[in-house]
Design a protein around this ligand. Structure first.
Ligand code: PLP
Length: 484
């Protein structure tokens, strides 16, 4: 026994390094907060994109020693090897893909959630945390007009949120393995690839994907949708789910959700809406008309790490009938028997593939609380108008053509060179802009054409950055056109 106690005491001495005292904690916090401050203050100065040579095989970030390292060199290492190379998504110059956020109070919310380590998976353990998250889900449901019977979950992102929606749709339809190859999903070619991925993970890789025609603004054509569903029924297939996009990633197109919801209701199909990009534009003053019909969704995906400017790691799924969502995900286990009491409320774990997870609610709640809603509404409105401003300006710039005007905050355009292959020219143009590094733009293919995108959604993007993008595009295109 004495020997055992001696061994335990010795281990405790080393193990207690995991519990630094106030002085040591302060030293760590100070270094981290100082660096965070420098990082934020340097954003406007530093390039948004920096290509850095591969550090080679000797670079091994996971080479640890048994002994402690000081916080300062550790933070410097993060700055040099993590935060400097590649794309800087915190920069307002990030105008590519769908830009993300990173409002400061979110980081503080994460900090508190991690320090207190509240358990947000099961309401028995973290009733306050679970209630806070449920209130946020209800707030989002109200924002898009879903009824009080709806439920939802804060997820790690839009991909998992789409998965939860699609698994709920599968369970609601009572589809079994033998039906999967006859089940039909209706969507457009512009749907995000994570929907296809979710279908496969949900075991429905064999389901038939019916790509519906789009109009000139890349929105689903309801008349085509209706006739495809009829044809599938006549052929003995099982029309199952309609997927609408409220803001496609390519162009920000918003499918006609009003009409699609009506068809889904009439034909008894599940209506899944991927509003990962566009959902929070409901906060704009004309949000309800912009997103008309979103309230008809059986499941709706929104990404707070896009339209609510939160840091990465924040998605959300809403399901009109929370009982369906619960049936699709809930589990019981002996070792969890104490966590279920008669009066216990439903928990995130009942609505999600996850059990233990980060307490995500705080990173969303704290900024909404500290800033109030007004700046979120204004920023979203501002981003939409900036995309429109860019679209008008680029259309008037010599040599450029602009496609359909932006519905949300993505503008599509390209340069039409005097001679040579326009696709090749625009490929070189986007590379030149990325190498310049002051703004970061991306491209896509539309009807087989190589086109350029400008996506405004970072909360740090303002008119000055958009003017800079216009200037860089004009100068680079001119230079390339001259040498062509
Ligand atoms: C970003 C996006 C997704 C994927 O969401 P993640 O958060 O990246 O997993 C899905 N659909 C649309 C329309 C998106 O813009």
């Amino acid at each position: 026994m004495r020997d055992l106690i001696r061994k335990i005491s010795k281990l405790e001495k080393t193990a207690r390094r995991l519990e630094p005292e106030a002085g040591a904690r302060d030293r760590m916090s100070r270094a981290v907060f100082e660096y965070a401050g420098e990082f934020l203050d340097s954003l406007a100065r530093l390039p948004v994109y920096r290509s850095v040579p591969d550090p080679g095989p000797d670079h091994d970030p996971a080479r640890f020693s048994e002994e402690p390292t000081d916080i300062r060199p550790a933070v410097e290492w993060i700055r040099d090897h993590v935060d400097r190379p590649g794309l800087n998504p915190a920069s307002g110059g990030h105008l590519a893909y769908v830009p993300g956020g990173g409002v400061y109070p979110s980081a503080l919310g994460d900090f508190l959630a991690a320090v207190t380590n509240r358990y947000a998976g099961v309401s028995f353990a973290g009733p306050g945390a679970v209630r806070l998250e449920r209130a946020l889900v209800r707030w989002m449901a109200r924002l898009v007009g879903l009824p009080e019977s709806s439920g939802g979950d804060l997820t790690s992102g839009g991909s998992i949120a789409n998965l939860v929606g699609i698994v709920s749709a599968r369970e609601a339809a009572g589809l079994r393995g033998r039906d999967f190859h006859r089940a039909v999903v209706y969507m457009t070619r512009h749907v995000h690839h994570c929907v296809d991925k979710a279908l496969r993970i949900a075991g429905m890789g064999e389901a038939i994907r019916r790509f519906i025609e789009v109009d000139r603004s890349y929105r689903m054509r309801p008349d085509s949708l209706q006739s495809e569903i009829r044809a599938d029924r006549r052929a003995g297939r099982i029309p199952w789910m309609i997927v609408g996009s409220a803001g496609t990633t390519d162009t920000g197109a918003i499918d006609p959700m009003q009409d699609m919801g009506e068809i889904a209701g009439r034909e008894n199909l599940w209506f899944h809406i991927d509003a990962a990009y566009g959902g929070f534009f409901a906060l704009c003053h004309d949000g309800r008309s912009l997103l008309a019909g979103i309230e008809r969704g059986d499941s709706v995906v929104m990404d707070p790490h896009k339209g609510l400017f939160l840091p990465y790691g924040s998605g959300a799924v809403l399901v009109r009938d929370r009982e369906i969502m619960r049936r699709a995900h809930t589990y019981e286990a002996h070792y969890m028997q104490d966590a279920r009491t008669e009066e216990s409320e439903s928990s995130p774990a009942d609505h999600s593939p996850e059990l233990t997870r980060h307490f995500r609610g705080l990173r969303m709640w704290l900024p909404l609380k500290l800033f109030g809603l007004a700046p979120f509404r204004a920023a979203l409105e501002e981003k939409r108008l900036l995309a429109r401003y860019f679209h008008e300006r680029i259309a008037a710039t010599e040599g450029f053509e602009a496609m359909a005007p932006p519905q949300l905050s993505v503008a599509i355009y390209r340069f039409v060179p005097g001679r040579g292959d326009p696709d090749e020219f625009n490929r070189r143009l986007i590379r030149a802009v990325q190498q310049d590094g002051r703004v970061f733009l991306s491209s896509t293919l539309l009807e087989g054409k190589f086109v350029l995108r400008l996506a405004v959604l970072c909360f740090r993007t303002h008119r000055r950055t958009v003017d800079l993008a216009l200037e860089i595009l004009r100068d680079r295109a001119r230079a390339l056109d001259r040498t062509a």
